[in-house]
Design a binder for this molecule. Structure first.
Ligand code: AMP
Length: 217
């Protein structure tokens, strides 16, 4: 299956993507993670994207699509994938649709995770992430067993450079302006399902499975 997960920053896309991808035996591909890896490796692409990500702005469409489609060309994505955080603009969706058509495929479903802005700001400013294994926790709502250490691999937990309150508010504005129009674009193509992203991880996952079952039968 080829699935896209859309949602505001902090709605739990990464967590849900990893669980769903495991269930479907497809790779979860996050454009944000691809960019963070480029920045971490100090590549030319990393240098180009850093100032956009740290300001909470989107990376230009052509560059983003090139990075993601290169990843989609790897063998593990040949029979399906779950995209998390890409596409984020109508232009990216058009480019993705063209790239898939060239390889004779298309998306099966798009899921939008919905969450109110106040909850997002609260979640993101307390979010801590393990750069080694990708585990995320919340400093107040789901603290790790040992302070500042990952429960999964015991590595140090860090706050993402773009999880400050100022940048979170900017990212939400960008989401409203550039990504919300994409929802209509996918709805017009009969691909979109909305899922309430509030509640526990298993509750949200249950809703996602029901939404997928409804559109893929
Ligand atoms: P994320 O981890 O998905 O919140 O992404 C972190 C940052 O990477 C975003 O705030 C953007 O600066 C950049 N980014 C991730 N995905 C995209 C995308 N599809 N288009 C443009 N920029 C992106």
């Amino acid at each position: 299956m080829r699935i896209v997960l859309i949602g505001p920053p902090g709605a739990g896309k990464g967590t849900q993507a990893r669980i769903l991808a495991d269930l479907l035996s497809v790779p979860a591909i996050s454009s944000g993670d691809l960019f963070r890896a480029e920045i971490g490796r100090g590549t030319e692409i990393g240098d180009l994207v850093r100032r956009h990500t740290e300001a909470g702005e989107l990376v230009p469409d052509e560059l983003t699509t090139a990075v993601v489609t290169r990843r989609l060309g790897e063998p593990d994505a040949a029979d399906g994938f779950l995209l998390d955080g890409f596409p984020r603009t109508v232009r990216q969706a058009e480019l993705l649709s063209e790239a898939l058509a060239e390889s004779g495929t298309a998306l099966d479903a798009v899921i939008a995770l919905d969450m109110p802005d106040e909850e997002i700001v609260q979640r993101l400013t307390g979010r801590r992430m393990c750069p080694a294994c990708g585990t995320t926790v919340h400093a107040v709502f789901s603290p790790p067993r040992v302070a500042d250490r990952c429960d999964g691999c015991a590595g140090p937990l860090l706050r993402r450079a773009d999880d400050t309150e100022e940048t979170v508010v900017r990212r939400l504005t960008v989401y409203g302006e550039q990504t919300v129009p994409l929802l209509r674009w996918y709805a017009n193509r009969g691909l979109l399902s909305h899922v309430d992203a509030t509640g526990t991880v298993p509750e949200v996952f249950g809703r996602m499975r029901s939404a997928l079952a409804a559109v893929t039968v």
